[in-house]
Design a protein around this ligand. Structure first.
Ligand code: SAM
Ligand code: DTB
Ligand code: SF4
Length: 328
């Protein structure tokens, strides 16, 4: 009897042909599944594409902090919000390479460099290209997140050896202008198209806990899953409510809803790396374990994210040992 009822709920959202689109309603139906069935299905999908005991670790460095002209309401680096984050100049190449070496020694295999820009100026892009070249020469994978790219800039980054470009859709297109007004959701897609056309792997995901509805969350997941192909890497951030930002007092997302979103990302994007990204510091060990069970297989392992604190590396090592997870 139990087996039957469980099987029927598992089948309530049938697996699709590989090329079928994920409509928002189909993703919403995943969210409505009983939690255990959803996690079981996500874990089955995960095992079909990845070793379930392996988690990739990236390190993150803010190479240009603060003073950003954009008004993203979650971000402490916007010059429009009165926050504790001070504006700093672009770091020097040697400083960045030293930080990458340190991260590599601590086990990171990918080094992600973030800049608080609307988009890079040509001169700055050349400096970042040098950083990419030198970090790549250490034998690490490289990732940058620099905002919107102009014609030709993605190609220059590719020539420098860039592996991934991170550029998030952040939230549902219909909710976007309640969070950001200085650029549009369509602008984000335009940059993503340039990144893909240059042959750079796409790292694209979003943030949960901005005050969006479940439908907004399902629409964001459907949009990512319907990209052709889906992003190689999908960061799912839990809002870090930064003091002084308009979202500082936003109610936290329900933790099971967060895990459901990880599961929905895994089921709809079976071959993508799903990153349990910002916000781990607020999560218990048990919740992080549930996220890994739901299909997350990548984390930021570094003491700091861009400006916010992250879980310290020692904690990650302890948790991996407890769970029998291997870092890759
Ligand atoms: N300026 C570039 C841009 O917006 O693409 C790159 C840096 S931006 C900080 C990179 C991503 O970090 C954002 O798209 C957002 O998803 C995430 N992020 C920023 N602030 C966050 C916060 N307080 N909590 C969670 N995620 C955040
Ligand atoms: C992503 O999706 N999350 C990272 C990375 N890409 C660049 C950034 C998280 C930032 C968290 C808030 C902060 O440190 O200021
Ligand atoms: Fe600037 Fe990026 Fe922060 Fe938006 S998210 S304010 S573009 S640094």
């Amino acid at each position: 009897m139990n087996t039957l009822s469980s099987a029927s709920s598992l089948e309530s959202v049938p697996a699709s042909a590989p090329d079928a689109r994920w409509t928002v309603s189909r993703v919403e139906a995943l969210y409505r599944m009983p939690f255990m069935d959803l996690l079981f299905r996500a874990q089955q999908t995960h095992r079909g594409h990845f070793d379930p005991n392996e988690v990739q670790r990236s390190a993150l460095l803010s190479i240009k902090t603060g003073g950003c002209p954009e008004d993203c309401s979650y971000c402490t680096q916007s010059a429009r919000h009165r926050t504790e984050t001070e504006r700093e100049a672009l770091m020097r190449v040697e400083e960045v390479v030293a930080a990458a070496k340190e991260a590599q020694a601590k086990g990171a295999t990918r080094f992600c460099m973030g800049a608080a820009w609307r988009g890079p100026k040509e001169k700055d892009l050349e400096t970042v290209a040098r950083m990419v070249r030198e970090v790549k020469a250490l034998g690490m994978e490289t990732c940058v997140t620099l905002g919107m790219l102009k014609e030709g800039q993605a190609r220059k980054l590719k020539e420098a050896g860039l592996d991934y470009y991170n550029h998030n859709v952040d939230t549902d297109a219909e909710f976007y202008d309640q969070v950001i007004t200085t650029h549009t959701h369509a602008d984000r897609l335009e940059t993503l198209a340039q990144v893909r056309a240059a042959g750079i792997k796409v790292c694209c995901g979003g943030i949960l806990g901005l005050g969006e509805s479940r439908r907004n969350r399902a629409a964001m997941i459907a949009q990512l899953a319907n990209m052709n192909p889906p992003p190689d890497s999908v960061p799912i951030n839990n809002l870090v409510a930064m003091p002084g930002t308009p979202l500082a007092a936003t109610e936290k997302i329900d933790r099971f809803e967060f895990v459901r979103t990880i599961a929905a990302a895994r089921i709809t994007m079976p071959a993508s790396w799903v990153r349990l990204s910002a916000g781990r510091e607020m999560m218990s060990q048990e919740m992080q374990a549930l996220c890994f069970f739901a299909g997350a297989n990548s984390i930021f392992s570094c003491d700091k994210l861009l400006t916010a604190n992250n879980v310290d590396i020692g904690f990650d090592e302890m948790l991996f040992a407890k769970l029998g997870l291997r870092a890759v």
